[in-house]
Write a protein that binds this ligand. Structure first.
Ligand SMILES: C[S@@+](CC[C@H](N)C(=O)[O-])C[C@H]1O[C@@H](n2cnc3c(N)ncnc32)[C@H](O)[C@@H]1O
Length: 416
């Protein structure tokens, strides 16, 4: 049986922003990876419900500061009792053991009592559930821009397992069992597909990329031979699209580690030519060159990725959104000067907040009167196109086929 101690600590570390969700797999054995991923993802999806509705019924006293780890023991224990198939006695025994290891005999008794009580009442708890998935901070971010109906439509996607989206090289003629070809060209496979089992991985014929994330580059028509500045490029999903389309790319990112990942990814895809990599803060990037295209996939609150990254629901606050919007504005302001007079600037974020999308661009145009919006013309995304000519993609826009990440794209050019 997978050692839950490691997973309890991992959950605490994710919520303290000490590790990312993706790093959990490095802490468990190969055999335990799938279970670890399912347990932690489910706990993060259900955390608002557990914290606000379930646990207050059973935990009447405040857990002492020194024993805070017991909260995480209960989050995972309760997740397993209510949402996974592990037999109740095994769940209770294993989390009592974890509590003994991470706390003391008082902690173990406390966890035993709470989990036993929850186990006795689990049917009623689930039948009478009132609370959804988004907490107050996350809802406050969304309330700035969306109606209650739109928010509840988004919220429904928290519990929908996101399918696996691939971008295929233009020259690849692969087909997969159970594939859906999305209107934008991404290939969609069922959630449980194992990446290692998909043909063409070692040959570098495709890469994993959420269908929404792939759209920013698809907005650009002619890329062959174009000089592209790919700002905030790592780990390189969009860099790969640009290289695949024949562009000559300068990829810039502040993170050395993420650029290493980009290099690894481009090597697997055999995209080593036509690529220059620069590790720099985009606000200080300097070059004598001008570029035909600038792609700014800006750092953001990542609120649009809540289906695959439910931790954002618990980590992001309205203040974070404002901070990211400030950073985006500084990067956009600096980077725009590197565009050729006839060039196109693509601004993209995986945030749902309009202050990081629509308003960011409108504000830029107010202070840069020589710039204008180039309306995005993608008939297949008509329902995501705003009156200004931006793309505002929401999970519910792809409701019939399993949803999509929230995303924003704008194209800008200079007035001639
Ligand atoms: C949304 S991710 C980019 C995803 C990437 N474009 C892709 O398609 O795979 C944002 C990136 O911005 C980088 N970043 C954050 N702040 C930055 C800054 N001030 N200058 C340059 N890069 C930055 C992060 O390291 C991260 O890799």
């Amino acid at each position: 049986m997978t050692d839950r101690t490691v997973l309890v600590k991992a959950l605490a570390d994710i919520l303290a922003e000490k590790i990312t969700l993706g790093e959990v797999k490095n802490q468990v054995s190969e055999n335990d990876k799938n279970f670890a991923n399912m347990l932690i993802l489910t706990a993060l999806r259900e955390l608002t419900y557990l914290k606000q509705e379930v646990l207050p019924l059973f935990v009447k006293k405040k857990i002492p500061n020194k024993q805070q780890i017991l909260n995480y023991v209960l989050y995972l224990g309760t997740t397993e009792l209510l949402f996974l198939n592990t037999p109740d006695y095994a769940v209770i025994n294993s989390y009592v053991d974890v509590a003994k290891k991470l706390s003391d005999s008082f902690g173990a008794k406390f966890v035993n009592a709470v989990l036993r009580n929850i186990s006795r009442q689990k049917k009623e708890l689930l039948e009478n559930r009132k609370i959804g998935y988004f907490n107050k901070d996350f809802s406050d971010i969304l309330k700035q821009d969306y109606t209650p109906l739109e928010i509840s439509e988004m919220e429904e996607f928290t519990s929908v397992e996101p399918p696996l989206d691939l971008t295929l090289k233009a020259t690849t003629e692969l087909h997969f069992a159970d594939e859906i070809i999305l209107p934008t060209g991404s290939v969609r496979l069922p959630y449980h597909t194992k990446i290692a089992d998909i043909k063409g991985y070692l040959e570098g014929l495709w890469w994993v990329q959420d269908a929404a994330s792939a759209i920013a580059v698809k907005c650009l028509r002619e890329l062959n031979g174009k000089k592209v500045l790919d700002i905030c490029a790592a780990p390189g999903g969009k860099t790969a699209q640009l290289l695949d389309a024949g562009a000559v790319v300068t990829a810039v990112d502040i993170s050395k580690a993420r650029l290493e990942k980009l290099k690894e990814n481009m090597a697997r895809l055999k995209f080593d030519d036509n690529l220059q990599i620069v590790c720099a803060d985009a606000r200080q990037f300097s070059s004598d060159d001008k570029y035909d295209i600038i792609l700014l996939d800006a750092p953001c609150s990542a609120t649009g990725t809540f289906r695959r990254h439910p931790e954002v629901i618990h980590l992001k606050t309205p203040k974070d959104v404002i901070k990211q919007a400030q950073l985006q504005q500084e990067i956009l302001e600096h980077i725009a000067s590197f565009l050729n007079p006839h060039g196109v600037l693509v601004y993209a974020t995986c945030s749902l907040a309009k202050i990081e999308g629509e308003s960011q661009i409108i504000d830029f145009l107010h202070t840069h009167s020589q710039w204008q919006i180039l309306p995005i013309a993608m008939p297949e995304l008509k329902n995501c196109t705003t009156k200004e000519g931006f793309l505002r993609i929401l999970p519910q826009h792809f409701k019939q086929i399993g949803g999509i990440d929230g995303f924003f794209v704008a194209l800008l050019q200079r007035k001639l």
